[in-house]
Design a binder for this molecule. Structure first.
Ligand code: ZN
Length: 129
């Protein structure tokens, strides 16, 4: 068991889409920030599909703006990777991107989707992490 630490923790969460981290870990992130910890949310895809009227770069820009707005409210960092929604694959290149992001953030805690999720983007995010 790890000894308690007085230094702030660095937490990074990976979601498949721009809203997964916010919906699943936003409240927890808010509590961590209040305690002085540093939090970063990463969306593995740009969220360019899934809306009933908008799609493509227009929708991706809206969803990126939404997570950036949420990050300012929460006091966290955020990043949206430019991989098309529904097209995330567990490739070596994507694994290297995840490794780089975890190392750059110097993460103490890493959160992600389960590897047996119903949605392929969620499942592959868990596998990549
Ligand atoms: Zn999702």
């Amino acid at each position: 068991m790890r000894e308690p630490t007085s230094r702030p923790l660095r937490i990074i969460a990976f979601g498949a889409h721009p809203d997964d981290c916010e919906l699943c870990a936003g409240g927890t992130a808010a509590k961590w920030v209040v305690q002085g910890h540093a939090v970063k949310f990463v969306s593995m895809t740009n969220g360019d599909v899934g809306h009933f009227t908008k799609h493509g770069p227009e929708l991706a820009a809206i969803r990126k703006a939404e997570v950036e707005h949420r990050a300012r409210i929460l006091g966290i960092s955020t990043e949206v990777l430019d991989i098309n929604d529904g097209e995330l694959e567990p490739t070596l290149a994507n694994r290297r991107t995840v490794i780089r992001l975890i190392r750059e953030w110097r993460a103490d805690i890493v959160l992600c989707h389960r590897t047996n999720d119903y949605h392929p983007d969620h499942r592959y995010t868990g596998q990549l992490v």
